[in-house]
Design a binder for this molecule. Sequence first.
Ligand SMILES: [Mn+2]
Length: 195
Amino acid sequence: MERTSVCTRKTKETDIAVRLTLDGSGQNDISTGIGFFDHMLDGFARHGLFDLTVKVKGDMHVDCHHTVEDTGIVLGRAIAQAAGDKTGIRRYGHVILPMDETLALCAVDLSGRPYLGYDALFAADRIGGLDTEMVREFFYAVSYSAMMNIHLKILDGGNSHHMAEAMFKSFGKALDMATMAEPRMKEAWTTKGSL
Ligand SMILES: [Mn+2]
């Protein structure tokens, strides 16, 4: 069974459509109106081996805030929907991902409870059209919208482009691990009955 979800969301600020296939090959078609953010989502999809379409029309005449935050909300929903009842998957995923001088840690748990642990200090305020403070807002939105636990830390950093890119790629790899099938597990990983 292909684990695919389609999610749309339209407000006065943004109009967003996301299609996510967890068991993909990294193929993606992304246009958010922010070139650097497209580059980040491409890294997420490619390194998570997710097929991903993201189409965003956002109020970029204001700034990048609504566009990035709302994309996180819709991507989070798409993750939750595609993961379904989470039976027979690994649930946890983690990676320590190097990118030149940068070293990023990402650990995730598809726990059904939102949490973001975030530790990254960017030297630059902005990378292309993306305000660096929006990296945190994006992952925060994904965490509550997907109802998942995300820990992201820059263990060693330098170049802001590398730092952001390592975080998005590491999130892709950790989420890929968490959503992989664990055939030995016939039910959900919890004594509570469901996640
Ligand atoms: Mn790059």
